[in-house]
Design a protein around this ligand. Structure first.
Ligand code: NAD
Ligand code: 6OD
Length: 484
């Protein structure tokens, strides 16, 4: 039985209550997690503040960069420990975790170390009446203690996506992992100590959101900025908390992303890409596509081929190489996703495949397994076409013209990402520009260059992170004016 503790000022600590961590694939308790109370959160923020004013704040950029590279190297050395932590926390197939989640943990430190090392400065000379002039230059300073509030769906990838730039910019951090996925953050504490990150730079407080560790952290007056990934409703609550003290927020939130498949696409690539964009990580990817629009001449063939591909996805344990899909994260989440499965049918959907719970072997019956599901036949106003489900499901609808499909794709309160499948170059540019989304993938999905801006339009987010764009959030830009 594992014991997962808070990590405060370089030490693992547990002062109060504990809560259980269950494995999603069989529902059994795999460990207990120390819940941080208000005093623990306060201690973590104070440690972070002291490190900011102390050793971390005194480091040169190049020493900081070297340390971040050491963090990445240590993650790579302990790769299998992180794979194991993620497998047991989220229950997804090991090959997905090995290729997506854990490698990004290391890359997130290296890429932002490179960004901060290479960021250009600016300076201006100005004439003055005495003829001697003045020199202006800008400095990027840390924003302070950054609160990092994380979701459960890609725990290590999403947590380090915030930590890399925050630490590269010289900030110190207090991380609140999701209550569902505490393990990777705890392991990262060991990594930080092993490579000599000064104590207090990286802190972890475990626990829940409202009236618990999450809220204690986001309302703490010594937190200088809050970066959040999670549901739009939670993001709104965090924005309100940040208003007190006028603290900046970066919000990466929900989505109801559209995939658009034109008849001139490479059908094999579109099927393979849509299979991933709808069902990877059991549909628990914010960038996933739950609305699929297919041009009418290829609609029926597309539905038949995606159905055949989905029916080959075998549910299984993470370490089983034949596993094509893991379970949902929790009982509550399965309850929510199944309620949408019922709603789709009530509103008149044709269930092309799935729609319920698979029959699993006895040992796995306690897990939160669910069938991957495809629907057709619903109007665009149907509930499952408007609200984010965050499960392994999609609705496929035919369309006739580019103008029509753009109107339908954009008719949604979210605007995170889109996937477009087409062989027409002119159309690519027209459609990419017209889609109301922060990210448009063409003939691909979830292809990430970490130097590019990442974030959502409309209710999917506020702000952009990635490459130099992250500096806008994680640093204060200061102008120094010197009279010569
Ligand atoms: P969630 O909003 O329920 O929880 C996210 C985190 O916020 C958790 O750590 C939770 O404990 C904490 N929290 C909850 N209430 C809080 C409060 N009042 N104050 C402070 N902290 C609070 O989200 P989730 O269920 O963990 O994740 C799934 C959601 O995340 C989906 O909506 C998905 O689309 C979204 N997501 C978005 C992105 C993106 O990049 N846009 C990436 C991944 C996930
Ligand atoms: O790739 C990323 O940087 C990122 N933030 C991915 C988000 C995935 C959502 O589930």
């Amino acid at each position: 039985m594992k014991e997962i503790r808070n990590f405060i000022d370089g030490e693992f600590a547990a002062t109060g209550r504990w809560f259980d961590k269950l494995a999603p694939y069989d529902g059994k308790v795999i460990g207990r997690v120390a819940e941080a109370g208000r005093a623990d959160v306060d201690a973590a923020v104070k440690a972070a503040r002291a490190a900011l004013l102390g050793p971390w704040g005194q480091l040169s950029v190049s020493d900081r960069v070297d340390l971040l590279y050491a963090v990445a190297d240590e993650i790579e050395r302990r790769f299998e420990d992180f794979v194991d932590a993620e497998m047991t926390d989220i229950g997804q197939p090991a090959h997905f975790i090995r290729h997506v989640d854990v490698p990004r943990g290391a890359a997130n430190f290296k890429v932002f170390a490179d960004v901060i090392k290479n960021v250009p400065g600016e300076f201006f000379e100005m004439a003055t009446p005495d003829g001697r002039g003045s020199l202006n230059y800008s400095l990027r300073r840390p924003v302070g203690v950054v609160a990092v509030i994380c979701p459960w769906n890609l725990p290590f990838l999403l947590m380090t996506w915030k930590l890399g730039p925050a630490m590269a910019c010289g900030n110190t951090v207090v991380v609140k992992p999701s209550e569902e996925t505490p393990q990777a953050a705890a392991l990262l504490g060991e990594v930080m100590n092993a490579v000599g990150i000064p104590r207090g730079v990286f802190n972890v407080v475990h626990g829940f959101g409202p009236d618990a560790a999450g809220e204690f952290l986001t309302t703490h007056p010594q937190v200088g900025a809050i970066t959040f990934t999670g549901e739009t409703r939670t993001g709104a609550a965090i924005m309100k908390a940040a208003a007190d003290g006028a603290r900046p927020v970066s919000l990466e939130m929900g989505g109801k992303n559209a995939a658009i498949v034109f008849a001139d696409c490479d059908m094999d690539a579109a099927i393979e890409g849509t299979l991933r964009s709808c069902f990877a990580n059991c549909g628990q990817v914010c960038l996933g596509t739950e609305r699929v629009y297919v041009e009418r001449p290829i609609h029926d063939e597309f539905v038949a081929r995606l159905k055949a591909a989905v029916e080959k996805l075998q549910p299984g344990l993470p370490a089983d190489p034949s596993s094509g899909m893991g379970p949902l994260i929790s009982q509550d989440h399965r309850h929510k996703v199944l309620s949408y499965y019922r709603k789709a049918v009530e509103e008149g959907a044709t269930v092309v495949t799935g729609g319920g719970v698979p029959d699993m072997p006895d040992a796995l019956r306690g897990g939160w397994w669910i069938q991957p599901t495809i629907w057709t036949g619903l109007p665009d106003a149907a509930t499952v076409l408007r609200e984010e489900i965050f499960g392994p499901c999609c609705h496929i609808a035919p369309f006739d013209t580019e103008e029509e499909v753009l109107l339908r794709a954009n008719d949604n309160p979210y605007g995170l990402a889109s996937a477009v499948w087409t062989g027409n170059l002119q159309r690519t540019h027209r459609v990419a520009a017209a889609l109301e989304a922060g990210i448009v993938w063409v003939n691909s999905w979830f292809l990430r260059d970490l130097r590019t801006p990442f974030g959502g339009a409309k209710q999917s987010g506020i702000g952009r992170e990635g490459g130099v764009h992250s500096l806008e959030f994680y640093t204060e830009l200061k102008n120094v004016c010197i009279k010569l």
